[in-house]
Ligand binder design. Sequence first.
Ligand SMILES: Nc1nc2c(ncn2[C@@H]2O[C@H](COP(=O)(O)OP(=O)(O)OP(=O)(O)O)[C@@H](O)[C@H]2O)c(=O)[nH]1
Ligand SMILES: [K+]
Ligand SMILES: [Mg+2]
Length: 368
Amino acid sequence: MSTTVEKIKAIEEEMSKTQKNKATSFHLGQLKAKLAKLRKELVTPSGGGGGGAGIGFDVARTGVASVGFIGFPSVGKSTLLNLLTGTHSEAAAYEFTTLTTVPGCVVYNGAKIQMLDLPGIIEGAKDGKGRGRQVIAVAKQCNLIFIVLDVNKPLTDKKIIEAELEGFGIRINKQPPNIVFKKKEKGGITITSTQPLTHIDNEEIRAVMSEYRIVSADIAFRCDATIDDLIDVIEERSRRYIPVVYALNKIDAITIEELDLLYRIPNSVPISSEKGWNVDELLEMMWEKLDLKRIYTKPKGKQPDYTAPVVLRMGQNTVEDFCRSIHKSIIDSFKCAVVYGRSVKHQGQRVGLQHVLEDEDVVTIVKK
Ligand SMILES: Nc1nc2c(ncn2[C@@H]2O[C@H](COP(=O)(O)OP(=O)(O)OP(=O)(O)O)[C@@H](O)[C@H]2O)c(=O)[nH]1
Ligand SMILES: [K+]
Ligand SMILES: [Mg+2]
C-alpha cells in the first residue's frame, strides 16, 4: 500500500499531465479535492502526534500577539530574535543550530508581543521531512509570520517556503474567500454568484461536492473564486489566514543596486540582523500587520493615561472587549462609555458595549 505522501505525489503528477478543458474539468476538480483531503490527513494523522506541536515545540503563550519565524536553516532567524528581544537563542554558522521553539518578547507601542524563533525548515517539510511539520504547526498558531530569507540565496527560496506553508493550510496575506457555503438536508446543490465565474465551471464544483460526499448545499459565490478557494471554504476548519512579513536578511553582504531590487518585493523589509540595520521598519510593518488597537483609559475628570494603553487583540475591538480586558466585573456595572478618537463621529460620544473601537481611542467608562 502506498503512503499518503506517495498518493499525493501521484495525484500531483496526474494533474500536471491533464490539460484543463470541458472534458477534463470534472476529473480535475475531483483530483484537487482528493489532494486537499490527503494533505489534511498528512498534517493531522489519526494516530495522534505528527501534526500537532511536539515536545519542545509548544511554548507557553504570553503577550497580546505572537510572531513566528520561518525560514531555511542559517538565514539568521536566531540572530534576529536576539536582536529584537535581547533573549539568547544560539546562533551559529552551521545549519540546524536551533532545534526547539525559543520564545522572546518585545514591547512595541505599549503592547507585549511574543516572538518565536523556530528551527529551520527544508523543502518537503509539509510532507514530513525533518521536523518541518511540528515547526509549521507552531507558526500556524501565530498571529503573524516572519518569513526570514537570506538575500545571498536565490529568491526562489521564497516560493518554496510559501508552498510549504500553503500545503499546511496556511493562507498568506489573504482574506478568506467570499463564498457562503451551507450544507442542507435535501434539495440538491444550488449555485448562485454575484459576478461571472471565470475560473470554475459547474462540472468542477460537482466533482468537488461528490468527492466530499455533499449531496445538498447552497453555494453563493461573491467573488471570482477558483476551485481552490471553494475547497478552502469547505475545509475552513483546517485553514488559517495569517499575515506574513518577509524579512530579507543579511543586506550587509550585498550592493546598493541589489538592495534597490529587493525593495520592490511586496510586504518585505530588507534588514541586517547582525548589524541591526532597518529593524525599526521591520517592527513598524509588524505593528501594521498585527492590527492591534491601543486604547487609553481616561478616569472621569482626569487626563488620559498615555503611558499604559490597554491593547486589544486582532478581531477583539469592541467596548465590551475593552471592559473585559480590564476586569470582567466592569460589565455588570456598565452604563455607557464616553469615547474620543477615530471611532466616533462626535468627540466625547456616548456608546454601548457593541461599539467598535479604533487604535488610540480614549475611553471613559460610566457606571450605573
Ligand atoms: N552577514 C550577515 N550574517 C548574518 C546575519 N544574520 C545572521 N548571520 C549569520 O548567519 C549564520 C546563521 O545565523 P543563525 O541566526 O544561527 O541562523 P538561523 O536561521 O537561526 O539558523 P538555524 O537555527 O540553523 O536554522 C550565523 O553565522 C550568523 O552570524 C546578517 O544580517 N548578516
Ligand atoms: K544556524
Ligand atoms: Mg536558529
